[in-house]
Each structure stands twice: as structure tokens, then as C-alpha cells.
Write a protein that binds this ligand. Structure first.
Ligand code: KG4
Ligand code: ZN
Length: 381
């Protein structure tokens, strides 16, 4: 250990592949961008002291999707106890925290505001530094706790309910978008297809389980992709979702009733749909690996919980290790937000009380030649 500018201990060897100096720090992370109210205390950017997640799934399940108004109210009801539990379980008093990292976007603006306002009030009363974190960058950092250090250039596939993006990360905190979805996010497609055949919410984990008893070759899902006339490695899932809808109608497949058992036909649809999603993700990753030869591949975001996707990514011959988090760190959590805030706080950044919530915050902060967004393309970012 050597001493850094801040007077804190600095470990030069902790992150041999990072340009960021790693210093001893306790960070409180707060996440409320969607339907999980979460807080965590992490130590030195990569050790979890506590990771508290209050899921709202039960509140939204009757509607088959997230209701923004309900989400904001649930966050308001829970944020105080979630943060206090994170501090208590982390064995720290608020005064011992060195900095606060909070999600500032992208997400539902009402939901984001709850976590952000709460974090700002803590920063105000304690005088601690606060940084606003991009939720997608948080997902990238979700792999730091359980894997060897990320080596750069890294490639990150972030697949969640709101996003499907492929990033090249030439060095820490530099993100070039190689591809993103032009319509639905992968998780959104899982959730919509599940709803269509009468499976519960969220659909991803249910389809994942059900697909095991289905045959992916049994259902012929015919769909065309939008024209991909650029170098970008973009995704599209709405055609596949429509193909499932058409198949269900043409074959008079009945939705699963109430608590009933799914039919073999529904299991086959689950397996076939999932197989097509995985193939499409893998195809883009394989091409990105061919073009950019990354040294680490990161698979993160809620859909990265999918067991078949994890298997397919791990078994593919990418010539670089694939890192993904354990399930509790894969879906939304605040440990990943604290980890993403760590390099910023360690450098002494302070976004202050002016930090704003931005519903459509983007992550790409560098441009790679050839990957510009074509003027005519429509994207969901
Ligand atoms: O990252 P996340 O918790 O929230 C967002 O940032 O969107 O991701 C939630 C999404 C949901 O669409 C959910 O259906 C999907 O992740 N998901 C899965 C699985 N577990 C969660 N999708 C496929 N297979 C799973 N096992
Ligand atoms: Zn997320």
C-alpha cells in the first residue's frame, strides 16, 4: 500500500488493468430507476458489505408490467428503511461513509427522483461527495465483485428489461456503442411474449424455466428483421414478438389459465423464442469479438440471468473469458451502482446537489468510426 493524493491508502496492485487509482473507501449506493428500491454499502469498489433490494414485483404483477405511478410510490414508502438496513447490515454509521453513488438515469423519471432526492438529502446533511451514476454503467460494474479484474479492451453485452446494447470499452469508463436495439429490449420481449401466452410477470425467469421442457425446433417462428444497412451491430426483437403472436393465433394456442400448468405447445413456444433471442445476441457478440478482439467479455443486465444464455456465452469460443454476475447482482441492485461510482468518488469527483435525473441518459461517451447512428434509423435507447 502507498499513500495517494487524498491521504488515503492507495493500492497500486489492486487493479493492474485500470487507470483508476484504487483507494480505501466506503461507498453508499442507491438505486431506484425502475421497480427495485435498493441500497448497498461497498468497500474499496469491490467488496460488498451489504446489498439490500426491495422488489416491487408483487405490486406490478397484477398489471403484467411496471406501472410508473405505483413504482414511484413504492420507492417513496421503502427508500428510508432500505437505506437504513444497508447501513446497519454493512456495520457502518452514515458518518463513516466516504461518498454516495446514486443512479441518475436512464429509467422512470418519477422513480429516479425518489432515490436521487434521498441521496442528495444525505449528501447535504453529511457534507459527503455524491456522484450520479448511469444505470447501464452500473450493470457493467456488476461483474467486478466475483470475477478477476476486467482486462481492456472489454466488450459488454447489457441485456435488460429496458436496454439491449453492445459496448466496446477500450479502457475503464470509456464506452463506444457498437449496437443497440432498434425496437424492443430483449427483456421486454421476454416479458411481452410471456404475457401473450398467459405466463406471469416478469416473463424472463418463467420462460427460462419453462424452456427446459420445450423443444426449440417444434415451433417455426417466421419473422423478418429490419434492414441493417450499416456497420452497426444492432438488435431487433419486435419482429420475433409479432411472430410469436401470429403463431399463437394461427394455431389457436390458449393462454395458460390462472395458476394452471403450461401446455407442451406453450413450453415449445418458450424454448423456440428463447433460442432465437440467444442466437441473435450471440451472433452480434461473435461479430464484435471478431472485429475488436476484446480481452474480457461482460454479460450483464437482468436477461443475463438466463441460464441458456449464460451457457451459450460461456461455451462459445471467444478467445477471452466471459464474466457475468451471480443472479442477485444481475438484476437491478445498488452494489453495482456503488461500484460504478467508486472510480469517480476515488478521484474526488462531486456532482453536488445539482445532479439531475435524466430518463433517457445515454452511456456511449466515445465514438468508434463506422458505428455512428444512421440518420434514418429509429432506436429505442
Ligand atoms: O436489469 P433488470 O433487473 O431491470 C432493468 O434494468 O430493466 O432486468 C429486468 C429484466 C426483465 O425484463 C426480466 O424478464 C429479465 O430481466 N430477466 C430474465 C431472466 N431474469 C430476469 N430474462 C430472461 N431470463 C431470465 N432468467
Ligand atoms: Zn437494470
Amino acid at each position: 500500500m502507498i499513500n495517494g493524493d487524498s491521504g488515503k491508502n492507495v493500492s497500486a496492485s489492486a487493479a493492474p488493468y485500470s487507470r483508476v487509482q484504487y483507494i480505501e473507501m466506503l461507498i453508499l449506493g442507491i438505486e431506484s430507476s425502475c421497480d427495485e428500491t435498493a441500497a448497498a454499502v461497498i468497500e474499496d469498489g469491490r467488496r460488498i458489505r451489504s446489498n439490500i433490494i426491495a422488489s416491487q414485483i408483487a405490486a406490478h404483477a397484477p398489471y403484467g408490467g411496471i406501472v410508473p405511478e405505483i413504482a414511484s410510490r413504492e420507492h417513496l414508502d421503502r427508500i428510508d428503511s432500505v437505506v437504513n438496513s444497508a447501513l446497519a447490515e454493512g456495520g457502518v454509521d452514515l458518518s463513516e461513509i466516504d461518498g454516495i453513488a446514486v443512479t441518475r438515469g436512464p429509467g422512470l423519471v418519477g422513480s429516479l427522483l425518489v432515490g436521487l432526492s434521498y441521496a442528495k438529502s444525505l449528501a447535504y446533511v453529511t457534507g459527503k461527495n455524491i456522484v450520479g451514476v448511469n444505470h447501464i454503467e452500473g450493470h457493467v460494474y456488476s461483474v467486478v465483485f466475483e470475477n478477476p479484474p476486467i482486462q481492456y479492451p472489454a466488450l459488454a453485452l447489457i441485456v435488460s428489461g429496458g436496454h439491449t446494447s453492445l459496448f466496446l470499452i477500450p479502457e475503464e469508463e470509456k464506452y463506444a456503442i457498437l449496437g443497440r436495439t432498434r425496437d424492443d429490449a430483449a427483456g421486454e420481449a421476454f416479458d411481452k411474449v410471456a404475457k401473450l401466452v398467459g405466463l406471469g410477470y416478469p416473463g424472463g425467469p418463467i420462460i427460462d424455466k419453462l424452456a427446459v421442457s420445450g423443444h426449440s425446433g417444434a415451433v417455426n417462428l417466421v419473422f423478418s428483421l429490419p434492414r441493417m444497412d450499416s456497420h452497426n451491430l444492432d438488435f431487433s426483437f419486435s419482429g420475433l414478438k409479432t411472430a410469436v403472436l401470429r403463431f399463437v393465433r394461427e394455431n389457436s394456442i390458449l393462454p395458460v389459465p390462472g395458476e394452471g400448468e403450461p401446455s407442451q405447445a406453450v413450453a415449445d413456444i418458450a424454448a423456440s423464442f428463447q433460442d432465437k433471442v440467444i442466437r441473435s445476441l450471440l451472433q452480434r457478440v461473435t461479430e464484435a469479438v471478431r472485429r475488436h478482439r476484446p480481452r474480457t467479455i461482460i454479460l450483464a443486465g437482468g436477461v443475463a440471468c438466463n441460464s441458456a444464455l449464460r451457457r451459450a456465452m460461456s461455451e462459445a469460443d471467444f478467445g477471452a473469458p466471459v464474466y457475468y454476475p451471480s443472479p442477485i447482482l444481475t438484476t437491478d441492485n445498488a452494489a453495482m451502482i456503488a461500484a460504478a461510482g467508486y472510480p469517480k468518488l476515488a478521484r474526488g469527483e462531486n456532482h453536488g446537489l445539482e445532479v439531475q435525473a435524466t430518463a433517457s441518459l445515454k452511456l456511449g461517451n466515445i465514438l468508434m468510426e463506422g458505428y455512428e447512428v444512421p440518420a434514418k434509423a429509429r432506436y429505442k435507447l
